[in-house]
Design a protein around this ligand. Structure first.
Ligand code: ATP
Ligand code: MG
Length: 258
């Protein structure tokens, strides 16, 4: 898939397949095209070439997709439960009240905020507020959950907690795609995508990325992504990452609640 703006190519030949149950981390230098890629997948902006398919169809036709933008859009004066309750009324207008309440309770439980349900959002920590944003997206049971840098500004402990939460959400049979700078937690992802200058420089298991880039820690990947080398890394990826793209779908985890 390709995306352009004016005369500039923002994304070029992005070839990526994600299966239900997978947690995928998207990393890359600032300006690499991560947010642009997420917007194309969300259908917020159109691809200029190639195809984007969610499930059997194009974006928008595959049922609800969850999107947690970088900045939380929450009302600080409402409690956690009220926030979810109002969102459920907006997003599930045809659902009976009992069903909506059920979903609110489930979403609060999934993000571990049940004991904070009566607390105002403004009194929550940054990580707890982010979990409210994630819970809002879980209300509609999306098959695809997209998060744009959800852990920036959080301490490493909270960052790890949130990444663990995303892994749990993925285990429920969803695709979770997260643009992140949380290098410490990349190991718990199933798929790592490295974007450089609008091209995929690597796609594969996180554990194989250090060998591929010739580094000893994930953060050092950024040192080898030199300006002007996007094409070179992309060619390398095309010759070495193809087999991974053809991997089979994951077997659903029977232990995870849907
Ligand atoms: N509508 C647009 N028109 C022209 N250029 C754009 C447009 N949107 C984004 N860009 C450019 O595309 C490139 C990729 O931007 P994008 O926001 O996707 O990067 P990013 O990888 O998310 O970066 P960051 O880590 O800073 O969030 C940047 O050079 C940006 O200036
Ligand atoms: Mg971005």
């Amino acid at each position: 898939m390709t995306a352009r703006a004016g005369g500039t190519t923002l994304l070029s030949s992005v070839d990526l397949t994600l299966h239900p149950g997978e947690l995928c981390a998207l990393i890359g230098p600032s300006g690499a095209g991560k947010s642009t890629l997420l917007k194309v997948l969300l259908g917020i902006r159109e691809a200029d070439g190639g195809t984007v398919r969610l499930g059997a169809g194009p974006p928008g036709a595959a049922g609800p997709v969850g999107y947690v933008p970088q900045r939380d859009a929450l009302h600080g004066g409402l409690t956690v439960e009220r926030t979810l309750h109002y969102a459920a009324r907006l997003r599930l207008p045809d659902a009976p009240a009992g069903e909506r309440q059920n979903r609110v309770l489930h979403a609060m439980g999934d993000v571990g905020l049940t004991d904070r349900r009566a607390v105002r959002v403004s009194r929550l920590s940054g990580g707890q507020q982010k979990r409210v944003s994630v819970a809002l997206e879980l209300l509609t049971s999306p098959g695809l959950l997209i998060l744009d840098e959800p852990t920036s500004g959080l301490d490493p402990g909270l960052e790890a907690q949130l990444m663990a939460l995303f892994a749990t959400v993925a285990r429920q049979g969803r695709v979770v795609l997260v643009a992140t700078h949380a290098m410490e937690s990349l190991g718990r992802c199933h798929v790592l995508v490295v974007l450089h200058e609008g091209r995929v420089a690597y796609v594969g298991p996180p554990a194989e990325a250090s060998g591929y880039f010739g580094v000893t820690r994930f953060a050092a990947i950024f040192d080898v992504l030199k300006p002007g080398r996007g094409g070179e890394w992309h060619e390398r990826c095309s010759s070495r990452c193809g087999a991974f793209l053809a991997r089979p779908a994951r077997v659903p985890d029977p232990g995870a609640s849907a």
